[in-house]
Every structure is written in structure tokens, then in C-alpha cells.
Design a protein around this ligand. Structure first.
Ligand SMILES: Cc1cc2nc3c(=O)[nH]c(=O)nc-3n(C[C@H](O)[C@H](O)[C@H](O)COP(=O)(O)OP(=O)(O)OC[C@H]3O[C@@H](n4cnc5c(N)ncnc54)[C@H](O)[C@@H]3O)c2cc1C
Length: 301
């Protein structure tokens, strides 16, 4: 833990870094142990200064809204940077191009694009994360996908230096965007079509559809597993008889089998055990290996 020398930061920055912050407060599953250090920057310059001052040996992890994260009960060693509540500018650059910082919630992008008469951005409305998380995950819904709209991304490296990169620098796939190591998204320019007839009814309809089929409002991380080619993880889990299957305080949703619900007192270990159980049973029943879409990070308790 000697690497975590907060004295390496200026007193002003050091005073704004929190220690031992329970990440259960920053994840949509409401589980997860503490981050050694937790920092929400004021703006980009503040963020770059923090990253520059952080000793190179301190591991760095970034989160947005924690809506795709299973943080283990032992938490995360090193520093966690939270972009949500920071990096929040969203602007229109031209008739069809917008620019957003990484902390902007996807739902805000959806709403603002409707106001600007741009589309198709409505799919962002149902993704309860930030643009940074959506870029990292290539988040998508209802046929829309984040990287289809990316013109350029802005990233920050481990030395606090900013770069601009084209999509060609990334290996993009279904819920996946692999790029250069030790760089994180600070913003992007996105391109949409003109959609003069679009209005907020389009968003309401998509959200209604979601409410009918998904356990919205319960503590979850959305879809736990990616869909295997030509099939749906939810269908495979359901037909393996796992709806309602429970470990500790977590269970497979009765409403949508690809969701795991924390009923209030689950530990990350319950959820991880349930993920492994589902994978084993689906493999035994269907011979298909399910891969986790959620990112599982941190130390066991
Ligand atoms: C109810 C519900 C419904 C959902 N529906 C959908 C859906 O329809 N489609 C879909 O794709 N997803 C869905 N999700 C999952 C989730 O919302 C998305 O994956 C979202 O993009 C995650 O964004 P986030 O800001 O919460 O990222 P986090 O969960 O905070 O982080 C996810 C990953 O991204 C990395 N990351 C975060 N910010 C940055 C950054 N600035 N730079 C680099 N890496 C970063 C993190 O390190 C982590 O590895 C759903 C989740 C819930 C709870």
C-alpha cells in the first residue's frame, strides 16, 4: 500500500481525494467493497492534474455510473476516478455532429438529440450509464450501437496527456471496444442523421417496451451475459430452469432471465457465485458457454 502516497498530491488535490469509499454507493447492483482512493474531478484540467500527480505505481480504474460493474467485496486497490457528475458538457458542433464529455449520461444525449432533431440516438435513452462507459462497452439497444456514431474520441493517458483518436485505432465488436492500453475516454464527437420528425414520444415508447420486458427499478446491471450468436442468453437461462434461482441475496430475475437482481442484502460474492452457477447449468443443458457482459473487477473479501 506504500504506493498510495497521497502526499505525492498537492495539498489542495489531496484534500479532495476520499479514502476507503464503498463502491456499493457507485454501482447499480449496490454491491462492492471500498476503493482505496476515490476522486471526482472538477473538470478536464483538474482530472489531468490528478492523473499527472498520481504516482505511476498506483493502479487507476475509471467508472461512470457503475451500471455494468460487479465490484468484488474486497474493493479496488489504487485510485478510482469517477466521471459521473464531472466531464458533463454536451454541445452541437454542426447540423449533424455533437460533442460530449465522458461523464454525460446516455439518457441526456438521447433527449438532447431529439430536441436538436437528430437521430437515431433514442436507443441511448434506455442505457443508464455515461458516454465513457458506453464507449468502453460499445453499449447498444434496439438496433443502435455507440461506435456506429463515433467520429473521434478524446482520451487521457496515464501521464495525464490528452490524445484524439479515430475509430480505426479500436477493435470494435458486440459490447466490446479494445484500444490502446492505459488510456481512458474523456469525450467524443458523434455523428447522427437529421431526423426532423423525431419527438420525445419515440423515447417514451422505447422505455415503455423496456418496462414491460425488464425488471426496471430493481437493483441490477442490465444483461449479465452477452447473447451467443443466433440466440438469446435470457432464453437459454430460462429454459435451463433458472428463473428465480437464488444464492444469498441475489436471484435470477423472474421477468427477464438475463438479469440478476440484488434484493437488498446481496454481497458481490453471491452475485458472482450465481453468475458461475448460471454458466455451468447453461453449459450442461445446452452445451453453450455464456460470457459475462458485466465487468467483474476488484478483490474478493
Ligand atoms: C437496467 C439496466 C439496463 C441496461 N441496458 C443496457 C442496454 O440496453 N444496452 C447496453 O449496452 N447496456 C445496458 N446496460 C449496461 C450499462 O448501462 C452499459 O454497459 C453502460 O454503457 C455502462 O456505462 P457506465 O457509465 O455505467 O459504465 P461503468 O459501469 O461505470 O463501467 C463499465 C466499464 O467501462 C469502463 N469505463 C467507464 N468509464 C470509462 C471511461 N471514461 N474511459 C474508459 N473506460 C471507462 C469501466 O472501467 C468499466 O470497465 C444496462 C444496465 C442496467 C442497470
Amino acid at each position: 500500500m506504500s504506493a498510495l502516497r497521497i502526499v505525492d498530491l498537492t495539498p489542495e488535490l489531496g484534500a479532495r481525494v476520499s479514502r476507503n469509499v464503498p463502491l456499493s454507493k457507485h454501482t447499480s447492483w449496490h454491491v462492492g467493497g471500498p476503493a482505496d482512493l476515490f476522486f471526482t474531478p472538477r473538470d478536464l484540467a483538474d482530472l489531468a492534474q490528478f492523473v499527472r500527480q498520481l504516482p505511476a505505481a498506483v493502479p487507476l480504474f475509471w467508472i461512470g455510473l457503475g451500471s455494468n460493474l460487479l465490484v468484488r467485496d474486497g474493493g479496488i486497490r489504487g485510485a478510482v476516478i469517477c466521471t459521473h457528475g464531472a466531464l458533463g458538457t454536451l454541445e452541437r458542433l454542426s447540423a449533424t455532429r455533437i460533442q460530449a464529455q465522458a461523464g454525460v449520461p446516455c439518457a441526456r444525449i438521447a433527449r438532447q438529440c431529439v430536441k436538436w432533431g437528430l437521430g437515431p440516438a433514442e436507443f441511448f435513452a434506455g442505457i443508464p450509464g455515461t458516454l465513457g462507459g458506453a464507449l468502453a462497452m460499445n453499449a447498444g439497444a434496439w438496433g443502435g450501437e455507440t461506435w456506429r456514431h463515433v467520429v473521434e474520441v478524446d482520451v487521457l493517458d496515464r501521464r495525464g496527456v490528452r490524445h484524439t483518436r479515430p475509430p480505426a485505432d479500436y477493435d470494435i465488436g458486440y459490447r466490446r471496444a479494445a484500444g490502446p492500453a492505459d488510456e481512458w475516454f474523456i469525450g467524443a464527437r458523434l455523428e447522427f442523421d437529421r431526423a426532423p420528425g423525431i419527438n420525445s414520444q419515440a423515447i417514451r415508447e422505447l422505455l415503455d417496451k423496456r418496462r414491460q420486458t425488464q425488471p426496471i427499478g430493481e437493483w441490477s446491471c442490465g444483461s449479465v451475459f452477452t447473447n451467443p450468436p443466433g440466440d438469446h442468453a435470457g432464453r437459454l437461462i430460462d429454459s435451463a430452469g433458472l428463473k428465480g434461482f437464488r444464492i444469498g441475496g441475489a436471484s435470477v430475475s423472474e421477468k427477464h432471465a438475463n438479469f440478476i437482481i440484488n434484493h437488498g442484502a446481496a454481497r458481490a460474492a453471491d452475485i458472482e457465485a450465481l453468475i458461475l452457477h448460471v454458466q455451468r447449468r447453461v453449459k450442461e443443458t445446452h452445451g453453450i458457454e455464456l460470457h459475462a457482459e458485466v465487468r467483474i473487477v476488484g478483490e474478493p473479501a
